[in-house]
Ligand binder design. Structure first.
Ligand SMILES: O=C(O)CCC(=O)C(=O)O
Ligand SMILES: [Fe+2]
Length: 240
């Protein structure tokens, strides 16, 4: 298998007996031309300039959207002074996801219930809706983002910890129906350093809930049995 990275959960995922519908590939550092070229040279030994160009343009546009959204989040908590340092040390993993339409009698679960380990994730899809997101009170929302101009922003575990639990990293899953294959793109923001709760978000009413943590260490922890089996991996990893 060629699409592998040292960073856990960055490369190919698929051929999982319990999840026969799902296959995905990952492009780390997708906003840089080196990142996309590394991927296209791997998949097409003679190169694929068109794909390389489109994918890096897409990643750049959506990373710009992500930086706008995270700036708004930082501003809404009065801590925009930390935003530049955050974006300067953030890289983007672009995942290309396919969930094929289930055949009769096949399980319809495309992707298991999980929370994202990123800071933020921006999703885009073809016309086939299948994403279900759980709310704080346990209800499920079927997210309709079938319009080509729709994007969904999901808060990841790192944002939940950074915000000292103000922003929820929601559990979500992909459940397929109908007879059209679903293609989606997920751009995941990962910080290359440590993340800490801003001091402005800690007070008597909001005691500190997370120790400073190494973001990529969260991915490594999630790959361990303890991390994978814990109910809330981020709390098990760096919760106070
Ligand atoms: O395909 C989607 O819409 C969501 C995929 C997802 O949740 C993930 O890759 O983390
Ligand atoms: Fe996800």
């Amino acid at each position: 298998m060629k699409n592998r990275y040292e960073k856990p959960l960055n490369g190919y995922v698929g051929q999982i007996p319990k999840l026969p519908l799902h296959e995905s590939l990952g492009i780390d550092n997708a906003t840089s031309i080196e990142g996309t070229r590394f991927f296209t040279n791997l998949m097409w030994p003679q190169g694929n300039d068109r794909f390389c160009e489109y994918i890096s343009k897409y990643a750049k546009v959506v990373a710009g959207l992500d930086q706008m959204v995270t700036r708004m989040i930082f501003e809404s908590y009065g801590v925009e002074r930390y935003h530049d340092a955050y974006t300067d040390t953030t890289t983007y993993l672009l995942r290309l996801l396919k969930n094929r339409a289930p055949q009769q009698s096949e399980p319809t679960l495309g992707f298991i219930t999980h929370t994202d380990k990123s800071f933020t994730t921006i999703l885009h899809q073809n016309q086939v809706n299948a994403l279900e997101v759980e709310t704080r009170d346990g209800n499920r929302i079927n997210v309709d983002f079938s319009s080509p101009s729709s994007f969904v922003v999901i808060a990841g575990d790192a944002l939940m910890a950074w915000s000292n639990d103000r922003v929820l990293s929601p559990r979500h899953q992909v459940v397929m129906s109908g007879n059209i294959d679903r293609y989606s793109l997920g751009l995941f923001a990962f910080n290359n350093g440590t993340i800490q709760v801003p001091e402005e978000l800690v007070d008597d009413l909001h005691p500190l809930k997370y120790n400073t943590f190494d973001h990529l260490g969260l991915l490594r922890f999630y790959r361990t049995d303890e991390g994978y089996n814990s109910k809330c991996p981020i709390k098990a990893y760096c919760g106070v």
